[in-house]
Design a protein around this ligand. Structure first.
Ligand code: DI6
Ligand code: FE
Length: 398
């Protein structure tokens, strides 16, 4: 059988459901798609244009960071200093800092500025074997500035060899010009922004921040209804700082994922399990905010809710650009197993983006997105802190 590239003498963590690691494996790819992956001994004969001897290295699917706010201008290091002196995130936000300070910087930035600012962060993720990244809007909060952010996000996928999935997060914070009129702003989001963004093909999903400092469940429902009208899937920032039953609301809307979930309760877990909604945990935000309220990992596991991990890379609550560190935190802080951490940044992360048919596992028919590692066992990817074992990264077969 003819193929473009053959990776042989590899150990495979395919991350396909129910498939064990393969000790002597090979992967064949043609036209950027996996043609065959499995034990070398049982493989068909391939006539490959290029054969790569992996010398026993481990291959995992290319990693997927399924929740980021990678595009923004400025940073909030000064607010970090204020928090170190005792100020709280909420106090800083009320004093005009927080999301609104990033909003001001982002509104003042051009699309080119936003791309240039995001590229070093993107490169940090790519250097760790990440091949798919979700990027949210939510720091523009006008129709023009939100579309500018999403265009910048889409452009990242042209500047680098990476799959970018974009999410419209207009309902992230209330812009100052709508102070006291959150419903009026939600009107703008639902009646103008979502239809315009869908029409321009700028978003792959719609998200909202359902929280005391964000939007109410009723407002979130309106955003979900507007997304359904234009045929976009939804996801939700839910139960991060308090329990507003956002995860259950998201599950009822058939959400791809509910994210954060530190304050998720049994009812929310049951609703997510029924709907097949992915629980995306964000240990970077938990760590950086010095949160102490753990997400209910054991109950999620018991209910069979798929768990993803992501960086939540953003300037305010998670200035993190290492998915490997997010995996370490997922294990150390949240007590996920190694196997769960790996599934959380591959198979389950793909599912959280609605991309299960395309990436996230090493299986015939999927995009040939691979990370090849200089490690003795997969646990090393989770165990090390601040060390990158990547040997090579393959996206769409190259
Ligand atoms: N939850 C978060 O933790 C971030 N956004 C969100 O909805 C915070 C973003 C920021 O502070 O800039
Ligand atoms: Fe977030």
């Amino acid at each position: 059988m003819r193929c473009d590239t053959l990776w042989k003498n590899a150990r495979l963590a395919t991350m396909a459901e129910g498939v064990d690691a393969i000790d002597h494996g090979l992967i064949a790819a043609r036209d950027g798609v996996i043609l065959h992956a499995g034990p070398q001994a049982a493989a068909p004969m391939f006539d490959a244009a290029e054969v790569i001897d992996c010398e026993g290295r481990w291959i995992t699917p290319g990693l997927i960071d399924c929740h980021t706010h990678l595009v923004y201008a400025g940073n909030r290091a000064h607010e970090f200093e204020l928090r170190l002196k005792g100020a709280s995130y909420e106090e800083i936000a009320r004093a005009g800092g927080g999301i609104v300070s990033t909003m001001k910087a982002t509104r003042a930035a051009s699309e080119d500025d936003l791309v240039a600012g995001a590229l070093p962060r993107l490169d940090a993720l790519i250097a760790e074997g990440v091949t798919t990244i979700e990027v949210k809007s939510g720091y523009g909060l006008t129709c023009d500035d939100e579309t500018k952010m999403l265009r910048a996000a889409r452009r990242l996928g042209k500047e680098r060899r990476v799959r970018i999935s974009t999410t419209f997060l207009g309902a992230h914070a209330l812009p100052p010009e709508y102070a006291g009129d959150a419903d009026g702003y939600v009107d703008l989001v639902c009646r103008w922004m979502i239809p315009a963004i869908a029409e321009a093909g700028l978003a792959d999903a719609v998200d909202a921040f359902c929280e005391g400092v964000g939007f109410t469940p009723a407002q979130t429902q309106r955003v979900f209804d507007a997304a359904a009208k234009v045929g976009l899937p939804v996801k939700l920032h839910a139960e991060q700082l308090s329990n507003l039953n956002g995860a259950a609301l998201a599950a009822r809307a058939g959400a791809l994922s509910a994210d954060h979930l530190e304050h998720l309760d049994a009812e929310g877990i049951a609703a997510m399990a029924r709907a097949g909604t992915v629980a995306t945990l964000l240990p970077g935000a938990y760590y950086f905010m010095r949160d102490t309220h753990l997400p209910p990992v054991a109950a999620l596991r018991a209910a069979g809710v798929p768990i993803a991990l992501a960086t939540d890379s953003n300037p305010g609550t998670s200035p993190l650009t290492s998915l490997l560190l997010a995996m370490n935190m997922g294990a150390t802080l949240f007590r996920l197993t190694v196997e769960e951490c790996l599934a959380a940044v591959t198979r389950n992360a793909a599912r959280a983006l609605g991309l299960s048919g395309e990436t996230g596992t090493i299986e015939a028919g999927k995009s040939c997105d691979l990370a090849i590692w200089d490690i003795e066992r997969p646990a090393e990817l989770v165990y090390r802190i601040g060390f990158n074992s990547l040997h090579a990264r393959i996206w769409k077969g190259l």
